[in-house]
Design a protein around this ligand. Structure first.
Ligand SMILES: Cc1cc2nc3c(=O)[nH]c(=O)nc-3n(C[C@H](O)[C@H](O)[C@H](O)COP(=O)(O)OP(=O)(O)OC[C@H]3O[C@@H](n4cnc5c(N)ncnc54)[C@H](O)[C@@H]3O)c2cc1C
Length: 387
């Protein structure tokens, strides 16, 4: 096979699918190539929360998302769950957490999220099943649940409707070089030439850069989730315990000296999502990874312990399933989106916010390829900023 396309997108996660859709909307001929199934990695295995990022630099990229997803799900050929209205995020405050909770609340206010303070009695009236010793909570007027796997597939199918070629179960083995530029990809079925390659291969993006002698500092952070089925409805808001601070801890490369002594320590926080089917998805964890398969099977137990401590009636719930995904991490927790070499654009490193940021990423990538005005300032996402 020696095929051709204006653009080849490598990776069928939410970022690759959003890029393919934005490019196809602009009439660009796109081929998206995914080595397994669409949304088979973190993009189909995450919590599916759309909320405003606390990092102000990410807000313009996030803003593009919700409206664009609402438009996609209305016309999608498969059902895609998405809350039209925010369900509210309850950021609970333990005795020791008052200061941290205030910092979170201030960060939320700084990016335009309104909130109200609840004292212990008000909290109890709103969510009577939560542990009784909480010192209150902040109720943030934010938080939309969505089905991330279905959204990813819907984005890819929309691109297909507009003429994109979607290939899955096909590995890209190398990026092709022609002089100083990247000119396509080599796959298990032959080559696909392209004017531009968009590398959206998540935590595996660096693997394909090695042969070109290029390096981006992308690492992986595993996160576990557990689905519990309580006998009755226990909560109606998204609940976050000490989870936000967990997502502020940075995860990077694993030092060989530390690895020689054992697996990197996981951070575990408590986050409870009341799922639309009545189950509760409990998370989350963050742990630097180097192996594909999990090397610390104790993490889901710790997540369930945290969930029961926050919501004691969960002790009676059935454990339905537990799974993990690997987040693509960058050193400053901001994605890398932009031109890395002639003919090569990267779009990865979205950490814990890839669903939130995918539509904006797609718009930025499409503008870079078509030469349109960028939809927002691209400088914070320059993939060369760590050089
Ligand atoms: C537990 C957990 C909870 C999360 N919760 C949220 C949340 O609530 N909200 C949110 O916004 N984000 C959340 N995230 C983060 C989000 O899941 C990620 O940021 C996002 O999925 C990254 O998308 P991606 O497309 O870059 O990567 P991926 O989903 O990893 O997709 C990359 C794809 O590239 C493919 N690929 C790799 N190499 C090749 C190759 N050589 N050839 C072809 N294909 C290749 C892979 O198979 C994969 O499908 C969470 C993550 C985890 C783990």
């Amino acid at each position: 096979m020696a095929d051709g396309s204006d653009v080849v997108v490598v990776g069928g996660g939410v970022i690759g699918a959003a890029c393919a859709r934005e490019l196809a909307e602009r009439g660009v001929q796109v081929t998206l190539i995914e080595r397994a199934e669409l949304a088979g990695a973190a993009s189909g295995r995450n919590l599916g929360l759309w909320s405003t990022p606390y990092d102000p630099m990410l807000v313009p990229m996030a803003r593009a998302g919700l409206q664009s997803y609402l438009a996609i799900v209305d016309d999608a050929p498969l059902p895609v769950f998405l809350d039209r209205e925010a369900i509210g995020i309850l950021s609970t405050i333990g005795e020791e957490e008052k200061e941290a909770a205030q910092v979170d609340r201030d960060a939320a206010a700084a990016v335009g999220v309104t909130s109200e303070h609840l004292d212990p009695q008000q909290l109890r009236r709103l969510e009577p099943e939560l542990r009784p010793d909480l010192a209150g909570a902040w109720l943030l007027h934010d938080g939309h649940r969505l089905d991330p796997a279905a959204l990813t597939v819907a984005l890819a199918l929309r691109a297909k409707e507009l003429g994109a070629v979607i290939r899955h179960h096909l590995s890209v083995r190398a990026l092709l070089r022609q002089g100083d530029r990247v000119a396509g990809v080599a796959t298990d079925e032959g080559t696909v030439e392209a004017g531009t390659v968009v590398l959206a291969a998540g935590p595996w993006s660096q693997d394909l850069l090695r042969t070109l002698d290029l390096r981006i500092p992308i690492t992986g952070a595993r996160g576990w989730l557990v689905r519990l089925r309580p006998p009755r409805t226990l909560i109606s808001h998204w609940i976050e315990g000490a989870a936000r601070s967990l997502f502020r801890a940075s995860v990077g490369e694993v030092a060989a000296g530390a690895f020689a002594e054992g697996v990197p320590e996981p951070d575990v926080g408590t986050m409870l999502q009341p799922a639309p089917d009545g189950s509760i998805v409990a998370g989350a964890s963050r742990q630097a990874v180097v192996t594909n398969e999990p090397d610390d099977a104790g993490v889901p137990h710790a997540i369930v312990r945290g969930a029961i401590s926050m919501l004691p009636a969960l002790a009676e719930a059935a454990v339905v399933s537990a799974w993990w995904g690997v987040r693509p991490m960058s050193p400053d927790e901001r994605p890398l989106v932009g031109r890395l070499a002639e003919g090569l654009i990267v779009a990865t490193g979205h950490g814990s916010e890839g669903v939130i940021l995918a539509a904006g990423t797609g718009q930025l990538v499409a503008a870079a390829i078509t030469g349109d005005e960028p939809p927002f300032n691209p400088a914070p996402f320059d993939p060369g900023r760590f050089a």
